[in-house]
Design a protein. Sequence first.
Length: 395
Amino acid sequence: MSAEQPQTVCAKCAGSLYVRYDLRPMRGEAGQAQVLRDASPGERAARETQNGNSALPSAWAGMWRYRSVLPDVEPVTLGEGWTPVIRSRRYKNVVVKEEGANPTGSFKARGLALAATMAKHYGLKKLAVPSAGNAAGALAAYAAAAGMEANIFMPKDVPFANYVEAKMYGANVTLVDGLISDCGRMVAERKEKEGWFDISTLKEPFRIEGKKTMGYELVEQLGWEYPAAVFYPTGGGVGLIGMWKAFAELEELGWVAPGKRPKMIAVQSAGCAPVVRAFDENAKVSQMWENAATFASGLRVPKPYGDYIMLEILKDSGGVALAFSDGVILESLRDWAKNEGIFLSPEGAAATAAYDHLLKTGFLKAQDRVVLFNTGAGLKYTDVTAEAAGILRPS
Ligand SMILES: Cc1ncc(COP(=O)(O)O)c(C=O)c1O
């Protein structure tokens, strides 16, 4: 299929499409050195002065340092990617990948920066997305930056920040009395008539492509080596799928020190754990999770479109899928805030809870190097976290 025009899903099987490149010119140390050179501040400054736009966010900074393995088009960027890895003060071999540092406060910025970049490149004007919350804020921001229309459908009880940001960015927002699956149905029903391009999770190829940069980054930030395990709070699973693609590319490029790929650990909430249930039952796909409910709003995805891909990755990597109650997630959130100074999102706290669990069970050892993804900033969730923790504003 051609990348010259917008693509959705596979016409034959409705599966998700991957972007493929000829990676041969970038192989080996020379290719890797080129990426580092292009991303170096001196090189960037020279390039920007040349282009006369030094006041703009660098199109070679952040996740765009990997431009040589991304589509060759002009980026719509707000400075996403190259997020910090924060070493835990208590666990010597644990780092937290702080995705809350992205524009719009979550890792969704990566996928939607790239999806918006390509939408602009194709000349699309009207985009639509069903969202658990953070994708809505991110699409609204990048659509605003690119001068496109964003049509957003999200559950009415998303964290308030998601609603406020989408409104302020000028998106058309519909709050739905239901879940992201209901929102997805609404987009599907209306998109043709309204002329919207559907940016739903895994229904166009570029959100995966943006999120794959998390895989490149974590390997580079760990000195071009794989960790033993990656903990990923899983809803639709785009990041998990994107990182796995990154690892395959890194190996093809010869940029990663040979070794075993990380065990991928998918973490969900016990209030919505379709991937965990399918993994435990050794099933190939998940079944719709009824009455999904959790304060980790990004994990409220009752039937992920790419469940079959995730389940395969979990198995191939020797990983697991785990779910924790909101109570356990909240305790982990409190623990990391109090003892590490890191205010996790509820989704990120599901990952830290999972680490504690796997250390206890012996699945992982203290000497195993691991990356825990805090996929969003805790500060986006003050309303839902306050409610869960019983924190009231003093009257
Ligand atoms: C903070 C946060 N973490 C995790 C997820 C799940 O992400 P994915 O759909 O890529 O699995 C979401 C999705 O909305 C999210 O907002």
